[in-house]
Design a protein around this ligand. Structure first.
Ligand code: HPA
Length: 242
């Protein structure tokens, strides 16, 4: 497995590091070195999506380099960890979601490996963006940890780095989005282009814009991340140990 750590997970505590792989790709450098090590008794790869320390905003992450580097390092499946805002009433702060669908509202991101002069124009099937076997394993691990979670949900991916307006969230809700984040795409699409099974473990860290009476603060987000990360680590350990 490869784990892509998002906001709040720039290091994987408990990882016995064996190597820090500095991988160059045809698309440039990934966000950080790919760490190879043992976690919960299994070999694992880890990459900090926003760099380590956290310094690359979601719209400037080199998603292509990140995915390419993970594949180069030998990844055969990817678990992505994301902090998200909650749209659906069930998605309160601290709740986990294993999205089964995604809607892409981003723009201007390098989002495909299939461009330029190609021998064959390729349109990958993306009907079901997330791997159901991986989602099932994550769901069993969340259950074992007695975490509050939803085994389904629609992830709406916005461009950022600003948060959304209340009207944007209302529109996303009408579109069917349950959670909102800034890093779900193009990551999931690129994983599909590389034929890497991919799933997201999303932690709700704030009510989305207009979903609570107060404004969204970084302090509340950081608090929720701190509270949720021990469960994230325990869940990852359970999935890897199986
Ligand atoms: N919107 C978009 N991305 C996010 C949010 C949000 O409210 N919270 C965490 N990531």
């Amino acid at each position: 497995y490869a784990i892509i750590g998002g906001t709040g997970l720039t290091t994987l505590g408990g990882l016995t590091m064996k190597a820090a792989l500095h991988i160059d790709t045809p698309y440039g450098a990934p966000s950080a070195a790919v760490l190879r090590g043992d976690y919960a008794g299994r070999e694992v790869l880890f990459l900090a999506r926003h760099g380590h320390p956290h310094r690359i905003p979601p719209h400037q992450v080199n998603y292509r380099a990140n995915l390419w580097a993970l594949r180069e390092a030998g990844a055969t499946a990817i678990i992505a960890v994301n902090a998200v805002g909650g749209i659906h009433a069930a998605m309160g702060t601290g709740h986990f979601c294993l999205p089964h669908q995604i809607i892409d509202y981003t723009y201007g991101r390098e989002h495909t490996f299939f461009e330029g002069e190609l021998e064959h124009v390729t349109h990958v099937d993306f009907s079901h963006p997330y791997d159901s076997a991986l989602r099932l394993k994550l769901s069993q691990a969340l259950q074992a940890e007695r975490a509050a979670f939803s085994s389904h949900g629609v992830y709406g991916c916005t461009q950022g780095p600003r948060l959304e307006t209340a009207a944007e969230i209302a529109r996303m809700e009408r579109d069917g989005c349950d959670i909102v984040g800034m890093t779900g795409m193009p990551e999931a699409g690129l994983a599909r282009e590389l034929v890497l099974p991919y799933a997201c473990l999303s932690l709700v860290v704030n009510p989305a814009a207009g979903k609570s009476r107060s404004l969204i603060t970084m302090a509340e987000i950081e608090r929720a991340l701190e509270d949720g990360m021990s469960t994230v680590k325990a869940v990852l350990a359970r999935v890897l140990a199986r």
